[in-house]
Ligand binder design. Structure first.
Ligand code: SF4
Length: 138
């Protein structure tokens, strides 16, 4: 189960796979911490959620070419964890959005909830630790 008590799905339809081809999934700080601990920290990027008074930064799987960088302004690109046979390289520890979103790109209400978990001392500190570990300057 996940922190939001959302049903987890295993859908492999083209629409679901398309999310991994275009927009990478978001997860909670504890999920991203697990991905870093599993040795995949070098395949993450920093995305952001537009908020007031300031945007919230979120660590997430990177689009190919944006590993250890800030997400592209136009988020459209293959996820760095998407394999040649249309699978997720981190299937067992994939972020909550990848586990629960079905037939759509993303659920903005879920993104809003996830972003709130990053707008905490724990979330901000995980991003700073990740930047420091991998020498990310952005
Ligand atoms: S981490 Fe896995 S589920 Fe999430 S976008 Fe990448 S390939 Fe898809």
């Amino acid at each position: 189960m996940n922190e939001f008590n959302l049903e987890e799905k295993e859908c492999q339809c083209e629409k679901c796979i398309d999310m991994c081809r275009h927009i990478t999934c978001w997860g909670t700080p504890s999920e991203l911490n697990k991905i870093i601990d599993a040795g995949f920290g070098n395949k993450l990027m920093i995305d952001w959620w537009i908020a007031s008074p300031e945007d919230i930064y979120v660590l997430c799987p990177a689009n190919i070419g944006f590993e250890l960088k800030q997400a592209p302004y136009h988020r459209d690109g293959l996820c760095s964890f998407f394999t040649k046979d249309n699978k997720c390289e981190i299937h067992n520890i994939k972020p909550v959005e990848g586990k629960t979103t079905t037939h759509d790109f993303y659920d903005s209400k879920l993104r809003d909830k996830i972003s709130k978990l990053w707008n905490t001392p724990e979330g901000k500190s995980l991003i700073e630790e990740w930047k420091s570990k991998f020498g990310v300057k952005e």
